[in-house]
Design a protein around this ligand. Structure first.
Ligand code: LLP
Length: 386
């Protein structure tokens, strides 16, 4: 995608580093996801935490997606961007009273409730406001998502959701919460999941718990199975759009439900990861005894994933390949931390000061996780069609 002169000419005029967002690819991805979901009557709430850049949100909103929020500010942002309150969910283990009150006043679709105590607090605040809160109870299904341990969320040892052992109590507390209306069950097992068997196991658990509630006379309208579908970090050009058909098919096949029960998803990464790249300029090249270094002007402050999760992102030199000798570079940033490294032994044509590189698949959990550490500049971004 970046090995052409047009991209190089356009980017050379811009101040680096910046995020480049390909809005055409985003649109194609959203259309593919929507088509595959609509076909099966599934609902998608976009997980804002992956990227809340305004143009991205505007496009997602315009396609009719709902919003999955994890803070009061995300709820407010989705309202400001035109998302329908009736399609907004509010999740997170630590919702403050102020955040809960604001969400109640907006009459959002549902709170994903993570503990019995939180349910009681929501009930109390809703009663005081004279409203009813719709909630989905988040159940920790104890499933290993086989992904990085930092982004595994569905195991007993994780802080998320109500553990199986507490469900009996949760159900009885719920019955006493007059200002709370249970609309659904919520599950999320982790992120960057490519093994469809993980989702199949999730379906089995969802069926069990739905039946458990129904046997006790509680009807469950919404089955919210969270997000987590992964993307191809290794080959972004070969696989720019995740296989939404295969993903939704698993749920279609294995989730037991009647025609009135709704299935909801909270996809983040799968919708936005491939449309974003971090573009950075080579400041210096350095060759030690054993290593070649590329010192670039972006750092872990702009894209934290490699430093935080040892995450792989494909790195390319922008512009035509002129048949230069290929070297193995450690691509590092300017931040005073050894973990400020985007990739080790990255094969690239011999680079020079001033060359531009693209760090691919950075549209999800990139810009949103940027920091001002070292008093770095505010992150910049450009869009494909400007
Ligand atoms: N729903 C819940 C309850 C979540 O916790 C998450 C992500 C999502 C939905 C969206 O998951 P996705 O479809 O994007 O996988 N910063 C990490 C990822 C953290 C994910 C946190 N939860 C990274 O850069 O890999």
């Amino acid at each position: 995608m970046f090995n052409n002169k047009t991209m190089l000419d356009r980017f050379s005029a811009l101040e680096t580093p910046f995020y480049f967002y390909d809005l055409d690819l985003l649109e194609q991805t959203l259309d593919a996801a929507k088509k595959a979901a609509d076909k099966r009557g599934f609902h998608i709430h976009y997980a804002l935490k992956a990227n809340f850049n305004e143009r991205i949100l505007a496009l997602i909103q315009s396609k009719g997606f709902g919003a999955d929020c994890v803070s009061g500010n995300e709820v407010q942002k989705s309202i400001d961007m035109g998302f329908d309150a009736s399609k907004i969910t509010f999740a997170g283990v630590g919702k403050s009273d102020k955040e809960i009150i604001a969400a109640l006043q907006h009459h959002i679709f549902a709170f994903n409730v993570e503990s019995i105590q939180e349910m009681e607090v929501i009930n109390d605040l809703a009663q005081r406001l004279g409203v009813t809160a719709n909630v989905s109870l988040r159940i920790n299904p104890n499933i290993d998502a086989h992904t990085h341990h930092y982004i595994t969320t569905g195991l007993d040892e994780n802080k998320f959701g109500v553990p199986n052992s507490e469900l009996e109590k949760a159900a009885s507390v719920l019955r006493g919460c007059e200002a709370v209306n249970l609309v659904g069950l919520h599950f999320h097992v982790g992120s960057q999941i490519l093994d469809m068997n993980v989702f199949k196991s999730l379906c089995v658990k969802v069926n069990e718990w739905k039946n458990w509630f129904e046997e006790r006379g509680t009807y469950i309208k919404v089955l919210n199975v969270g997000g987590g579908l992964g993307v191809d970090y290794k080959a972004p050009d070969e696989n720019p759009i995740p296989d939404f058909e295969a993903y939704f098919d698993v749920f279609d096949k294995f989730l037991e439900r009647n025609s009135k029960q709704e299935v909801h998803f909270e996809l983040g990464r799968a919708l936005v990861a491939q449309c974003g790249s971090l573009v950075s300029k080579v400041l210096y090249t350095k060759s030690g005894i054993k290593k070649h270094f590329l010192i670039v002007d972006a750092g872990m402050t702009e894209l934290m994933r490699p430093a935080l999760y040892q995450a792989y992102h494909k790195i390319e030199r922008i512009g035509e390949d002129k048949g230069e000798v290929v070297l193995n570079y450690d691509v590092v940033g300017p931040i005073c931390e050894s973990s400020d490294c985007f990739g080790k032994e990255v094969e690239l044509p011999r680079c020079q000061r001033g060359d531009l590189i693209a760090i691919r698949t950075a549209g999800a959990y990139g810009e949103v996780m940027a920091s001002r550490y070292n008093l770095r500049e505010e992150i910049r971004y450009v869009y494909s069609e400007v």
